[in-house]
Design a protein around this ligand. Structure first.
Ligand code: ZN
Length: 256
């Protein structure tokens, strides 16, 4: 059974040596398809172009909170233009990231709100990145209520997961779910209805247990699926099938 990776960054320079070779190999191996995620204008253009190159590759476009300082004010027009490609299936990754010192909180919040509005205008789902910013992120989500949203690379508590689900927001797990120190995420996974869960890698980052320290690629989504299956007490095939269906429905993907 092949798996969908809902979040990867094949524009990353870690793929410079073998990017297209690798993509072709994983797509003919155990990866049904993936979504390449935009973090700034350049990677959004890359994602859109990549989706035109391969049938089973989709794209998202957006400005990551860590990239707002370098982004010019006319970015929404540029993103809108990219969304004319029907294989651009989401706005993302967008959100808040207070992890590194020197971030501009007000600017991050403004970009987050503007891109949530853009997604609403274009009727596209949003992919949310939130790091060390749970309170502000939740406040904005409660206020702006995106029609369709997923919290990417979730590692928070079961309580936060429950609050997201109440807002109709999906939860997506990376290899972090397989880490020994991820008890919180495991509990959140346990308590969240499987219909609200999706799988991703965040390649080249977040390689699952067994591959830690290595470059991650979409084929490793399988490892996280195995962990999710174990947590939910179902077979890996069942977990893959349900999470694939969730992604297909949520992003409107077509692999026929
Ligand atoms: Zn990412």
């Amino acid at each position: 059974m092949k798996i969908i990776d809902t979040h990867a960054h094949y524009d990353d320079r870690q793929f410079d040596t073998d990017r297209y070779e690798l993509i072709e190999r994983i797509l003919s191996d155990n990866v049904l398809g993936f979504i390449n995620i935009g973090c700034d204008i350049e990677s959004s253009i890359f994602s859109s172009e990549l989706s035109k190159k391969y049938d089973n590759v989709y794209a998202s476009v957006g400005i990551h909170p860590g990239m707002v300082d370098e982004t010019e004010e006319d970015y929404t027009e540029k993103l809108k233009e990219l969304c004319k490609n029907k294989k651009v299936v989401a706005i993302g990754e967008i959100g808040l990231d207070y992890h590194y010192e020197g971030y501009d909180r007000e600017r991050q919040i403004r970009f987050f709100r503007e891109q949530l509005a853009l997604a609403k205008e274009l009727s596209l789902p949003v992919i949310i990145h939130s790091r060390d910013a749970t309170e502000d992120t939740m406040e904005i989500l409660r206020e702006l209520r995106p029609e369709k949203a997923v919290m990417h690379c979730f590692s928070g508590s079961a309580e936060i997961a429950a609050e997201l689900v109440k807002l109709g927001i999906m939860i997506s797990f990376t290899g972090v779910l397989t880490f020994k120190n991820s008890k919180k995420a495991v509990k959140a996974c346990e308590e969240t209805p499987i219909e609200m869960l999706m799988l991703e890698t965040d390649s080249p980052y977040m390689a699952p247990t067994g591959y830690r320290g290595q470059r991650c690629d979409s084929s490793m989504t399988m490892v996280t699926a195995g962990k999710l299956a174990e947590i939910k007490g179902i077979s890996t095939e069942e977990a893959i099938s349900i999470c694939n269906d969730n992604a297909i429905k949520f992003f409107g993907l077509d692999f026929s």
